[in-house]
Design a protein around this ligand. Structure first.
Ligand code: ZN
Length: 210
């Protein structure tokens, strides 16, 4: 019943992100290729990552991690769909991983598409994105009718964060398995935002107290 393992995992990610921003590689990530043979027998990743498929937001690079370090699920809009929950459940249970990071990012095309689907509900060209957009829209729809709507950049930023908060909450409460792990203090679900411009990952939701 300790949040210590989750805090340690978070610290590793924060340090890795600092190296990424400074454009230096840590020795562990650099040498992880040499551990490839050891990893054949099994893996012990220290964090689960659920993020967007965007080519500019790859977890292993942003956090300067190597082979066997992160259990990664990526899907457009970092939506929390049933298969994503199942993947997180699998990793959390099988490997006893103490931390899940759900990460959105600035300039997300899926958020843009969800906003377009609100303003142009009959646009046929958005139909193929329906399964993604339908999971993003409930979190961002309330923001569109607020003052924020006058400031498109601020609106988009808040939409990214609202989508992350909703997704993290869904992971905490949308699965009996994960909810039990969270209640037992064995798993922390943290929401984060990656800033394409600065390279910084801001962990802003559900960060466990030290
Ligand atoms: Zn995206």
């Amino acid at each position: 019943m300790s949040t210590q393992p989750a805090i340690e995992a978070l610290t590793r990610l924060r340090e890795g992100n600092r190296r990424f921003i400074a454009n230096v590689r840590g020795i562990d990530a650099l040498l992880s290729q040499q551990r490839r043979a050891d990893l054949v027998a099994g893996q012990q990743p220290f964090a689960i990552f659920l993020g967007c498929s965007d080519s500019r937001a790859p977890a292993e690079i942003l956090f300067d991690q190597g082979l066997g370090d992160l259990f990664v699920i990526r899907i457009a809009g970092n939506i929390v769909a049933p298969s994503g929950i199942a993947s997180v459940e699998f990793a959390a249970q099988r490997f006893g991983i103490p931390l899940v990071v759900l990460m959105g990012h600035t300039g997300c095309g899926a958020i843009e598409a969800a906003l377009e689907s609100i303003s142009r509900p009959n646009d046929e060209s958005l139909r193929n994105l329906k399964s993604i957009v339908d999971r993003v829209r409930p979190a961002i729809e309330p923001l569109v009718t607020t003052e924020l709507a006058r400031d498109p950049a601020a609106l988009r930023r808040q939409c990214v964060r609202a989508n992350v908060r909703a997704g993290a909450n869904h992971l905490r409460h949308g699965s009996p398995v994960l909810e039990r792990l969270v209640l037992d203090g064995k798993l922390a679900v943290v929401g984060a935002e990656y800033d394409l411009e600065s390279g910084v990952v801001d962990f802003f939701d559900g960060v466990p107290d030290a």
